[in-house]
Design a binder for this molecule. Structure first.
Ligand code: PRP
Length: 177
């Protein structure tokens, strides 16, 4: 890949913000026995750090959605490829996402999980990237607002590469996002 990378979020910045979110979520969900649902694959690192920043244990599950179509442009048609396994009816559910880009994935999954009739359903995302937003989704907890760029690391991939970098970088691929 012909590219240049630029550090966007270093380890200390990520750790500090995750700790803050953990403290906030600990206040908001204390006594509610919540279920945190991570959106695969990207959220797995953020979710792992977030649940360990909480002051009490929570239940964890995962869901995965994919959009039809190839490349970075979504077709807008999304389907669930890995369903949540815990029963969510009557539970306080927090949907945990790494990045919101166009908003299509989260908009779809929010409706999908809402249909399971949880007692509450909120969203926590690490990165709110607003540049290409097509659908406004209510984001209850946001780690960072980033204007744009193709981001990798801390769960975010580029063609399945670079997910495991401990920092977040912007990759200049020489042609849009
Ligand atoms: C990425 C990211 C979000 C979604 C955001 O996932 O993790 O789930 O895209 O895009 P949107 O707001 O434009 O819908 P991706 O589909 O790349 O899968 P991955 O998490 O397995 O990398």
């Amino acid at each position: 890949m012909e590219s240049r990378t630029r550090l966007i979020l270093d380890r200390e910045t990520l750790a500090r913000r995750v700790a803050e979110l953990g403290a906030q979520l600990s206040r908001d969900y204390r006594g509610l026995d919540p279920v945190f649902v991570g959106i695969l694959k990207g959220a797995f690192i953020f979710l792992a750090d977030l649940v360990r920043a909480l002051e009490f244990p929570v239940e964890v599950d995962f869901v995965r959605a994919a959009s039809y179509g190839a490349g970075t442009e979504s077709s807008g048609v999304i389907r669930v490829t890995k369903e949540v396994e815990l029963p969510l009816a009557g539970r306080h559910v927090l949907l945990v996402e790494d990045i919101v880009d166009m908003g299509l994935t989260l908009d779809f999954l929010r409706r999908h999980l809402a249909a399971k009739e949880p007692a509450s359903l909120k969203i926590c995302c690490l990165i709110d990237k607003r540049e290409r937003r097509q659908v406004e989704v209510p984001l209850d907890y946001v780690g960072f607002v980033v204007p744009g760029g193709f981001l990798v690391g801390y769960g975010l991939d580029c063609g399945e590469k670079l997910r495991t970098l401990p920092e977040v970088y912007a990759v200049d691929t020489g042609g849009g996002d």
